[in-house]
Design a protein around this ligand. Structure first.
Ligand code: 3IX
Length: 236
């Protein structure tokens, strides 16, 4: 349940009523794929919700336009809700879990906070250019220095975007090295764009880099380079 404080802080526009633009996609519950128990409901968290600010919605709409010619794809991020438990299993469109859960309460970290209070994001991938873009609005529970995002929260979203870029381009891989420069702080509840790209592949090693910029592109908030190592198929 979204708390009104978060709603006011991150998306003042929603208090004046819904957007009137032509039928943008929004979150909805859908039945899960056949491989899941029939009572489980699947929700795509990469779609707009009322906590998204105007900037977040505008950027989302711009990227959705880029998906029309097939060069960019939006990457869904599913949450599975059953009467017994609530989980986030995977972002892949086929909705298959990566592994059987050892812990029923386990959730994908950036999807574990309540709507609007933590990580609000959507990712888009360009398969030709091996690039992943994440539009990210960090909510009030992610505060570090007063009024700004915590560096760990920024690192989380950079790691996630780099990881998705590596995984989408090369298969299941884990972060082996992540090297970040924080250049300018990110105001809480503002929207930033994380641009990542696959730079090089050497055997099982995937070198991926990214930067974090303000929506207008004028402020470079952070930069990172990373190494992902593809896992041995027997370990996946
Ligand atoms: C079961 C895991 C599932 C993984 C997740 C899969 C799917 C997730 C699905 C949905 C999630 C959605 C979105 C989020 C996506 C991603 C973001 C999150 C990613 C993470 O948050 S993930 C957590 C933090 N991450 C770790 O917890 C890793 C701990 N670690 C290890 O598990 C091992 O360390 C591993 C596997 C990395 C490698 O181990 P290994 O035994 O397979 O390979 P090995 O050590 O032989 O290295 C092979 C070659 O890489 C070079 N190399 C290795 N490490 C290096 C380093 N640091 N610097 C420079 N070079 C390095 C070697 O020098 C060698 O190079 P060369 O071949 O040239 O000799």
């Amino acid at each position: 349940m979204l708390r009104s404080g978060a709603l006011r802080l991150c998306a003042p526009g929603v208090l004046r009523g819904p957007r009137r633009s032509a039928a943008p996609p929004t979150r909805e519950s859908r039945p899960p794929p056949r491989s899941f128990a029939s009572e489980v409901i699947r929700v795509d968290l990469s779609l707009p919700n009322p906590s998204w600010s105007k900037d977040m919605r505008l950027l989302f709409d711009q990227f959705m336009k880029k998906t029309e010619d097939g060069s960019w794809k939006r990457l869904p991020s599913y949450k599975y809700v059953s009467p017994q438990r609530t989980e986030v299993k995977t972002f892949f469109p086929d909705g298959k879990p990566v592994k059987e859960d050892h812990m029923p309460q386990a959730q994908l970290f950036p999807r574990s906070l309540e709507e609007g209070l933590g990580f609000e994001y959507a990712m888009f991938h360009n398969h030709v250019e091996n690039r992943t873009v994440c539009i990210f609005q960090g909510g009030p529970y992610l505060q570090g220095a007063s009024g700004f995002l915590h560096g760990g929260a920024i690192a989380t979203m950079m790691d996630s975007t780099l990881g998705v870029c590596a995984l989408t381009a090369g298969g299941v891989a884990m972060t082996a090295n992540l090297n970040i420069n924080f250049r300018r702080p990110i105001p809480l509840c503002s929207v930033v764009v994380i641009n990542s790209q696959l730079d090089k592949v050497e055997g099982r090693k995937l070198f991926v880099s990214c930067n974090v910029q303000s929506v207008d592109g004028k402020t470079l908030h952070s930069k990172a380079t990373s190494l992902f190592v593809k896992l041995n198929p027997k370990e996946v």
